[in-house]
Design a protein around this ligand. Structure first.
Ligand SMILES: [Zn+2]
Length: 276
């Protein structure tokens, strides 16, 4: 093989790899509803900085927590941390304050209740306030101009369970270039039919992170019409789900676009665009 041909092959390989990178989303599971998402050059964490599992849900271990708080690979250069709501199986305000102090390039995006808890838990709020962005829409909210190259829409959807209706729960649609991810937080799939804002499915969702309620096959019609993602990751299952109830996800292939389920912390999967 001539030198020129080898260089041409290497260039072609590099171009192919770059195209594959642009057309993929790399997801690393933290625990429960927590994920590290890498899209193009953007890195973000959603609902990953927490320690409480209420004896039911998986939590990140101390090694993973330390890596996040200190910005150690793969949690280096995080651009944004999204928090869907204030519940402690999604969010720890003290750890979040440490994270923001240690990672000066990172910004937090969350509803008012999340920010109020952060204020209560740290005497350093003045030093991080400029990187804390509030997202508490009545029904629909969008702030494409505030984030460099990343478009965010926050959808305020009722939290599951009547007792939690006062919780500000924000589902996020986050777009980088040609890819959009969606994260439901603890949204209740049933009241979505009375949601008066723009439906998330009005955007083309590449990959949705749906809680267990959206993943039940009885709710799939709602999930499909309201979110309508090309691919789904189901999350927020009790730890014993994987041994006791796994058939709810896998046994209805004709009715349900089978979602991906992450079983372990730091499990990593690459999702490719199904449509150009
Ligand atoms: Zn919750």
């Amino acid at each position: 093989m001539t030198k020129g041909l080898i260089i041409s092959c290497l260039l072609l390989l590099q171009i192919t790899l770059m195209a594959a990178e642009r057309d993929s989303i790399v997801v690393t599971h933290i625990a429960n509803c927590g994920f590290l998402i890498e899209m193009d050059a953007s890195k973000m964490i959603i609902d990953g900085i927490f320690t409480e599992g209420f004896n039911a849900y998986a939590t990140p271990d101390s090694i993973v927590l330390n890596k996040m708080i200190h910005g150690v690979e793969p949690f280096d250069n995080i651009d944004y941390v999204f928090v869907t709501h204030v519940h402690s199986d999604h969010y720890d305000p003290g750890l979040m304050a440490n994270f923001l102090m240690n990672n000066q390039q990172s910004k937090l995006i969350g509803p008012n209740q999340v920010i109020q808890e952060l204020k209560r838990q740290t005497d350093q709020f003045a030093n991080i306030e400029s990187r804390v962005l509030k997202c508490t829409p009545d029904t629909f909210w969008s702030m494409p101009e505030n984030l460099d190259g990343v478009q965010v829409k926050g959808y305020r959807l009722a939290h599951m369970n009547e007792k939690c209706r006062d919780i500000e729960n924000i589902a996020y649609a986050i777009t980088v270039h040609n890819k959009t991810i969606f994260h439901t937080g603890d949204a209740d799939p049933n009241p979505t039919e009375i949601f008066s804002g723009e439906q998330p499915s009005a955007n083309r969702i590449t990959l949705a992170f749906i809680n267990g309620a959206f993943a039940y096959y009885k709710n799939f019609q709602v999930t499909n019409s309201f979110i309508g993602a090309d691919q789904n990751v189901a999350m927020h299952f009790p730890k014993d789900f994987f041994t006791m109830k796994h058939e709810k996800i896998t046994d209805v292939p004709d009715y349900y676009t089978e979602p991906v389920v992450f079983q372990e912390s730091m499990e990593r999967k690459v999702f490719y665009l199904l449509r150009p």
